[in-house]
Design a protein around this ligand. Structure first.
Ligand code: ATP
Ligand code: MG
Length: 385
């Protein structure tokens, strides 16, 4: 059986990546600017958007483009996690990651790689496994100082004259805010100073749209430091590419007719996760029947199967994390009924649901479920029974 290229749980990489042309052009322009020594090379990008919208996929695409750049640049990628000992722990991990990624980069010539291998981060904040208590005793600046000192040493002793820039990609940067509410400010402090001294370390991060607002009192300088690149759902044309290109990339013989793409687009509204999820199920169904093409009618007749799997894999867990009161509100909103029918304070419940990402605010007192497919799930499984 041919390979099914759709996997909604895995960020799209290289061959399976489609569209996002505008974003890629913007990145390419910034990259070119940073490798021209006549210009101040500093620029920082924050790819922001809701879950599953394609932030990680796009970040990896950018890293890939940077990897392919001529002249070669350094590329460092890491995912921020909440399982780190504050900003200090993050600073340590980042330094190790920089060392590893720079010396493992096959695009850099051997001379440059050997030179970079001479640098080893001097992480002297104590042993890696500092105890919780010990780590609390470290002052808030120490991670900032360490990062600045080590990245300057790296630049001045090993990078300058060899590489035009070292790009640092941090996925899910919002996780840092959970371990240190001022983490983004600390990051900005370090990189702004480095960039101010002509050490070209552009920073590219991802996170939810409200990542900067989360620390309202400190957010303003951080907001100005990053150029925001908000990403949204695919257009009809983007959806077409995201369906056709991955099949082509793995030489899958199935033809997806325009009417089928229309149907998938109408159901998913171009949301990358849902589009990928639907296509995984539809391609599996077509393969079992050994079909050579599928049309809109096929999508419609198999949709209940797709919806059922989505319910099991995604919506059930979301429904289960809502309290009884919240479920009542979800039920009303899903049916387009006024929320005030509920007994409890509907607006407080609604704002909790917004925080959980299950509701989105459309206007004053106006809400919708975060996606019509979830609304359909709530109507069919929870309200009508
Ligand atoms: N440009 C793209 N081309 C093809 N498929 C894509 C693209 N972007 C996203 N997808 C699909 O959408 C799914 C979700 O994308 P991704 O994991 O990049 O989103 P995310 O915004 O990082 O999600 P999360 O908020 O969970 O971190 C991927 O598994 C992939 O199948
Ligand atoms: Mg992601």
């Amino acid at each position: 059986m041919p390979i099914n290229p759709f996997n909604p749980y895995f960020p799209a990489h290289d061959d399976l990546f489609a569209n996002r042309r505008k974003e890629q052009e913007l990145f390419q322009r910034a990259l070119t600017a940073s490798t021209q020594s006549s210009l101040p090379g500093a620029w920082n990008l924050a790819v922001v958007g809701p879950w599953g919208i394609g932030k990680t996929s796009l970040l990896r695409r950018f890293a890939w483009a940077a990897q392919m750049n001529d002249p070669p640049v350094g590329v460092v990628s890491m995912t921020a996690t909440t399982a780190t000992d504050g900003f200090d722990g993050f600073a340590r991990s980042l330094l190790w990651r920089i060392q590893r990624d720079l010396t493992a980069n096959p695009r850099l010539n051997e001379g440059v790689r050997n030179e970079l291998a001479k640098w080893e981060p001097k992480v002297n904040l104590g042993p890696i496994s500092v105890s919780r208590r010990a780590s609390k005793e470290l002052s808030a600046e120490s991670g900032v100082d360490l990062l600045y000192a080590e990245l300057s040493r790296l630049w001045n002793q090993h990078i300058t004259g060899r590489l035009a820039a070292v790009l640092i990609f941090i996925d899910d940067a919002n996780n840092l805010l959970e371990v240190d509410a001022k983490a983004l400010l600390s990051l900005r402090a370090v990189f702004q100073d480095l960039q101010g001294h002509r050490m070209t370390y552009p920073l590219i991060i991802t996170g939810p749209e409200d990542m900067f607002e989360a620390t309202r009192d400190v957010s303003e300088p951080v907001t100005r430091f990053f150029e925001r690149l908000p990403i949204g759902p695919f257009s009809r044309q983007d959806t077409d590419e995201a369906i056709v290109e991955p099949l082509k990339a793995v030489n899958h013989p199935l033809r997806v007719l325009p009417s089928a793409i229309d149907a998938v687009y109408a159901r998913t509204l171009g949301h990358p996760y849902f589009a990928s999820f639907s296509m995984r199920e539809l391609v599996n169904a077509a393969d079992i029947l050994s079909l050579s093409k599928i049309d809109g009618q096929f999508v419609e007749s198999h949709w209940s199967l797709v919806a059922e799997r989505m319910g099991e894999e995604k919506f059930a867990a979301e429904w289960n994390q809502a309290t009884d009161g919240e479920r009542e509100v979800l039920g009303f909103v899903a049916q387009n009924l006024p929320m005030s029918q509920g007994k409890r304070s509907a607006s407080a419940l609604a704002s909790r649901l917004v925080n959980k990402g299950l509701l989105v605010k459309r206007g004053r007192g106006q809400y919708a479920l975060y996606h019509p497919l979830f609304a359909e799930y709530v109507r069919i499984h929870k309200v009508d029974r």
